[in-house]
Design a binder for this molecule. Structure first.
Ligand SMILES: NC(=O)c1ccc[n+]([C@@H]2O[C@H](COP(=O)([O-])OP(=O)(O)OC[C@H]3O[C@@H](n4cnc5c(N)ncnc54)[C@H](O)[C@@H]3O)[C@@H](O)[C@H]2O)c1
Ligand SMILES: [Fe+2]
Length: 355
């Protein structure tokens, strides 16, 4: 069976295109009492972007904190805040920030139209009702969250996305100027998330010509961004992220992402840096990719944290391994149907012990 997948229907790209956001939202505003909700990463509090939001009378600004990756509890709390603000549903939700903020805005827009807690919908196609109209404005590039059909959340029992066609954004605003000001390490880690998506997709057993077309372009753009010098490198990274997301949409990620989920579940390691940490130990699996990744690290003088698992007991390591091994499609994409014989629990534990 082939997957019949949905993609984001409206995309605007270009330097300064953020200035058109007000015009894009205008036709979605229904009447004088209606309002929109701007979900803004609180790193922008008091900064220029906050002042540039095309807010109108009655609109609500939610400043969100992403020091921790988004939790279902936080989503429920934000949804309550919107409901307390007005008995009416908003005409739209606009998420501005990196992958975490984009995921928060996706989840809030879904949960405003679906009863219960966000935790009830972690999984595949559990959402029953379409989301409120939602728009993403990335300020950090690499995760592909702007184009994906999931919102990754940590719930009481699991770290798992709300995967559904309704999760996809209705509109994305890709303005490379908004990437200015990202701290270098964060820029690198999130950019590497994209590079690793490409390596895992292009070296996977699920690869098809659709995924290859997007993945090859994306990895080429990553090389230009991280190994060469280009004045328009932010434009390139923004398109690399989008293309990388499109590539994995029709294939899958692989060993690095599976291991990074284990690391993140037990240690709370953030996605981008977690992928970098695990990828650096996967030269047996992705020899060319890891070699090139190390050249990129060297060029940008990036030093990864080490000995993260040194003080973990056997139980914590066991949980880490189980979380990683639980992601069967990722391993199958990496090693094929026979993956369980290749990536044994002992091998996973050995990899984690080295990190
Ligand atoms: N939905 C998906 O398909 C998908 C895919 C991959 C990752 N994710 C999720 O995305 C998150 C990671 O996203 P991320 O790597 O983009 O980072 P992030 O959103 O967690 O942000 C990282 C840091 O950068 C800051 N920041 C963002 N933009 C900035 C800017 N322009 N200037 C200065 N600082 C800025 C943030 O405040 C934060 O401190 C994780 O929660 C992960 O689970 C989702
Ligand atoms: Fe990723």
């Amino acid at each position: 069976m082939y997957r019949n997948f949905k993609i984001v229907p409206n995309i605007i790209f270009g330097r300064g295109c953020f200035n058109q956001l007000g015009d894009i939202l205008k036709p979605k505003r229904t009447d004088a009492d209606a309002y929109m909700v701007f979900v803004l990463d609180d790193v922008f509090k008091g900064r220029a972007l906050e002042g540039r939001l095309p807010m109108e009378k009655g609109d609500l600004l939610l400043l969100v904190n992403v020091d921790d990756e988004p939790k279902t509890k936080y989503i429920d709390q934000l949804v309550d805040q919107v409901r307390a603000y007005s008995p009416r549903k908003p005409d739209g939700i606009i998420g501005l920030g990196g992958g975490a903020t984009m995921d928060i805005a996706k989840a809030v827009s879904l949960m405003l139209n679906n009863p219960g807690s966000a935790a009830d919908y972690q999984g595949w196609d559990l959402i029953k009702h379409p989301a409120v109209y939602h728009v993403a404005v990335p300020t950090l590039a690499g995760t592909g969250a702007e184009i994906s059909r999931t919102t990754v959340l940590t719930g009481p029992e699991k770290k798992l996305g709300i995967n559904s066609d309704y999760t996809l954004y209705d509109q994305i605003v890709l303005d490379p100027e908004l990437l200015a000001g990202v701290p270098k390490d964060q820029w690198f880690y999130t950019g590497m998330d994209c590079y690793i998506h490409d390596v895992e997709s292009l070296n996977g057993t699920y690869l098809n010509e659709f995924s290859r077309a997007y993945g090859e372009k994306s990895i080429d753009l990553c090389r230009q961004v991280f190994l060469e010098e280009h004045p328009d490198k932010d434009d390139k990274l923004m398109m690399a992220s989008y293309f990388g997301g499109m590539s994995i949409a029709y294939s899958q990620v692989g060993a690095c992402h599976a291991l990074s989920y284990g690391l993140s579940f037990v240690l709370g390691t953030h996605h981008g840096i977690g992928c970098c940490i695990t990828f650096d130990y996967l030269e047996d699996v992705y020899p060319e990719g890891v070699k090139e990744f190390r050249r990129m690290m060297e060029k940008h003088d990036i030093h990864l944290p080490r000995n993260l698992t040194k003080n973990l007991d056997d139980k914590a390591l066991d949980t880490m391994a189980n979380v990683a091994l639980g992601l069967a499609p990722l391993w199958e994409n990496c090693f094929g149907k026979d993956w369980k014989n290749v990536m044994t629990k002992e091998r996973v534990l050995e990899l984690f012990r080295k990190m």
